[in-house]
Design a protein. Structure first.
Length: 250
C-alpha cells in the first residue's frame, strides 16, 4: 500500500460533498493538499481544518465551465513549484432534470462536457506527463453509475465520455508507476445528489480514495466507493488490488 505522507494531492470540488470528505481523509493520512473550488473563500474553512491536522495546504480557484480558468489554475500550481503526485478529479455538475427529455437544450451538453469531461481531460494531460517523468502518480477520475435516465442526458453522456477517455489513456500507462482509475461515489446526499439519495456522503470513505493507495501497477479499474464502506483503509486497498481491470466488455 502506498504511503501518501508528504505527497501533494489536488482535489477539485473540495469545498463540499465528496470532495470535502476526500480532503479530510487524505489530510489525516498526512497528504498535503491543493484545494480547488470556484472561489477561494469556499475552501477557506477547509484549508484551516486540514492544516490543523499538520499538513501543508493551499487553495486555488477556477470556474471549470471556463477553459481559460482551468488553464490559469494549472499555471498557478506550476508557478508555485508544487509536485502534484495525486489528482482527485472530483468536481462535476448536474445541470437539470429534464422531465421532457425530448426538449433537452444543447446547453445542457455543452456545460456538462466542459465541466465533467473537458476540464478533467485538460488536468490529466497537464499532470500525467510530469508524473511519468518523476516515476510516480495516481489519478482518480470520479464517474457515475447513472444509467437509463435520459432526463439527465447531459450529465450521463459527459460521464460516459470521461469513462472512455480514462480507459483509453490508461492503456498508455502500463508498466509505469502512474495509475489512472475511476471511482464512483454512489448516489449520495450532497448538493448534486439531492436530499433523497441512498447514501450519506460520509459513506464514500475510504472507497473514493482507494485509487490513491493501490500499489499493483494496474490502471483502468472502476472502484465503487460503496463497496468499501466500513472497511479500514488497509482492508479497502487489499480488496481493490484483487480487482481486474476490464476496460471494455464485448
Amino acid at each position: 500500500m502506498i504511503q501518501v505522507e508528504g505527497k501533494w494531492a489536488l482535489i477539485t470540488g473540495a469545498s463540499r460533498g465528496v470532495g470535502y470528505q476526500t480532503a479530510l481523509f487524505m489530510a489525516r493520512q498526512g497528504c498535503n493538499l491543493i484545494l480547488h473550488s470556484r472561489k477561494l473563500e469556499n475552501t477557506a474553512k477547509l484549508e484551516e481544518e486540514v492544516k490543523a491536522l499538520g499538513i501543508e495546504a493551499y487553495s486555488v480557484q477556477a470556474e471549470l465551465a471556463r477553459q481559460e480558468d482551468v488553464e490559469a489554475m494549472l499555471r498557478e500550481i506550476d508557478a508555485k513549484g508544487t509536485p502534484v503526485d495525486i489528482v482527485f478529479n472530483n468536481a462535476a455538475v448536474q445541470i437539470a432534470y429534464r422531465k421532457d427529455y425530448w426538449q433537452t437544450p444543447v446547453e445542457d451538453f455543452v456545460q456538462s462536457f466542459q465541466i465533467n469531461f473537458i476540464s478533467i481531460a485538460t488536468i490529466c494531460h497537464h499532470f500525467i506527463p510530469k508524473m511519468l517523468e518523476r516515476g510516480f502518480g495516481r489519478v482518480i477520475n470520479t464517474t457515475s453509475g447513472i444509467r437509463n435516465e435520459p432526463e439527465q442526458a447531459g450529465y450521463a453522456a459527459s460521464k460516459a465520455a470521461l469513462d472512455k477517455f480514462t480507459k483509453d489513456l490508461a492503456s498508455r500507462l502500463e508498466g509505469s508507476n502512474v495509475l489512472l482509475n475511476l471511482a464512483d461515489p454512489g448516489w449520495c446526499r450532497t448538493d448534486l445528489g439531492g436530499p433523497h439519495a441512498h447514501h450519506a456522503v460520509e459513506s464514500v470513505i475510504p472507497g473514493i480514495a482507494v485509487g490513491a493507495f493501490v500499489d499493483d501497477g494496474r490502471s483502468a479499474r472502476y472502484f465503487a466507493a460503496q463497496d468499501y464502506t466500513g472497511m479500514t483503509l488497509e482492508e479497502a486497498v487489499a480488496k481493490a488490488e484483487t480487482m481486474e481491470a476490464k476496460p471494455y466488455v464485448i
